[in-house]
Design a protein around this ligand. Structure first.
Ligand code: SF4
Ligand code: SF4
Ligand code: FES
Length: 437
């Protein structure tokens, strides 16, 4: 076989190969998985058992069948190689894949409207994608067991498509398998080891439920957890999900080329919000790939050297210097964000707002137990910032564009919000990000 280099006459980077999928010439790394290469190039190959973390792929369902170098083969089992010729969307291949999905519906008992996984089920979704409305094969109507014995799970054998995902991936902490294949032929079922299943945590059981592409593995108390309209496939198809993932990667690559500039400051705050910003630990290294810090206590740059994309303000304003600094941030930052309770409404320092300023100063400097005997002086010098009559939230001094509540706000939450403001990255707020007990 001629190498692609010889064929095109152009120098090809080492390890890169050229192949054709549905007539489109594609470059990829030799040995990459064909399903992934196709999807990265906007050609969707349907799949069911394929799960990118299981290597080698399971190859059990055959839903991904394509014509590869003239022969029908499961695409998920193929690694790309030079001059490979793949045909995905031919009438024959489309019908073969549809027939396979129809067979699955005929082999099991799938009553989607009453199924807990409906809307989140890959089999159901494949049916929609391929336009399956009726099976050309006779239904077997097998009477299979629904197993309520496991501690956390319910196993609905009527819905299992024997993809083997659970067999390969659901393990106890000691590495023991929880599921295994039992019986043969049409009587094949996925067996569960009750003893091992009882060792799984609730989170591990939930992960198993998500891993199962159908509604065969359920977790007690989790059925119908999402209302209609919020379920995974209610609003978008796998094809759209792939495109969205690609768009996120492209946005990150673009962002990496044009670093955004961040400034931060602590006014009347305790530096807790800054500590929280640093609490993303190693994530901070990734962050530095896409942003640079200008004026900030994080890098100890004391003066602005350029206009910034975003300014993060910790603390409210308790003195004239805070007010000046905040106004400077407003001028130098395109987007200004109040981070934490002190910046948003004054926080703990604002407790003094209930007491006249004079009394506060007397308490602090004249009557305090730490006052040096004989030194009855309230400090005053023209170089010292003037204390304000009360502690002001930032939005009473300048326009604040966004607020991130919390004391301090959760680190993940801060950076998710910043990434959203800078690059429009979608994000959702997790329960763990706003619970503080
Ligand atoms: S497992 Fe999927 S296809 Fe089967 S009944 Fe449930 S939703 Fe329908
Ligand atoms: S229980 Fe689910 S994950 Fe396991 S083999 Fe059946 S369909 Fe696949
Ligand atoms: S996705 Fe390829 S065989 Fe199942």
């Amino acid at each position: 076989m001629k190498s692609s280099k010889a064929k095109s006459g152009k120098k090809q980077p080492a390890g890169e190969v050229t192949l054709k999928i549905d007539g489109k010439e594609i470059k990829a790394k030799e040995g990459q998985n064909l399903v992934q290469v196709a999807r990265a190039n906007d050609i969707f190959i349907p799949s069911l058992c394929y799960y990118e973390h299981i290597d080698p792929p399971l190859g059990t369902c055959r839903v991904c069948i394509c014509e590869i170098d003239g022969k029908p083969s499961p695409a998920c089992m193929q690694k790309v190689k030079a001059n490979m010729e793949v045909r995905v969307n031919t009438p024959q291949m489309e019908d073969t894949r549809k027939a396979i999905v129809e067979m699955m519906f005929a082999e099991g008992n799938h009553f989607c409207p009453a199924c807990e996984k409906s809307g989140n089920c890959s089999l159901q979704h494949m049916g929609y994608e391929m336009g399956v409305s009726i099976s050309r094969f006779p239904h077997l109507f097998k009477d299979r067991l629904i197993d309520f014995h496991p501690k956390r799970m319910i196993i609905e054998h009527n819905r299992c498509v024997k993809c083997h995902r659970c067999v390969e991936e659901v393990l106890t902490k000691e590495g023991k398998k929880v599921f295994s294949i039992c019986n043969r032929g049409n009587e094949t079922v996925v067996g569960i080891d009750y003893e091992q299943e009882a060792k799984l945590t609730q989170e591990e059981a939930l992960a198993a439920m998500q891993l199962c592409p159908t509604g065969a593995i359920l977790v007690r108390g989790q059925s119908m957890a999402k209302p209609f309209g919020d379920r995974r496939f209610d609003n978008q198809s796998v094809q759209k999900e792939e495109q969205d993932k690609k768009a996120v990667v492209e946005a990150a690559v673009k962002a990496a080329k044009e670093k955004k500039v961040i400034a931060t400051i602590s006014l009347a705050g305790c530096f807790g919000c800054h500590m929280s910003m640093l609490d993303i630990d190693l994530g901070f290294i990734d962050l530095l790939e896409v942003v640079e810090f200008n004026k900030s206590p994080i890098n100890d740059i004391k003066k602005f050297t350029k206009q910034c994309d975003i300014g993060l303000i910790e603390g409210g304003c308790c003195n004239s210097e805070n007010v000046e600094t905040l106004r400077e941030f407003r001028r130098k930052c395109d987007i200004l964000v109040a981070v934490g309770e002190c910046a948003i409404w004054g926080g703990l320092p604002a407790m003094r707002n209930m007491i006249p300023l004079e009394e506060c100063l007397e308490e602090a400097y004249l009557n305090s137990i730490t006052t040096v005997a004989g030194e009855h002086i309230v400090p005053y010098h023209e170089d010292l910032p003037k204390i304000l009559d009360k502690v002001y939230p930032c939005n009473e001094i300048v326009k604040i564009d966004h607020f991130i509540p919390g004391c301090p706000p959760n680190p993940e939450h801060i950076w998710k919000a910043v990434k959203n403001l800078l690059w429009g990255d979608h994000y959702s707020i997790l329960y763990s990000e706003f619970k503080y007990d």
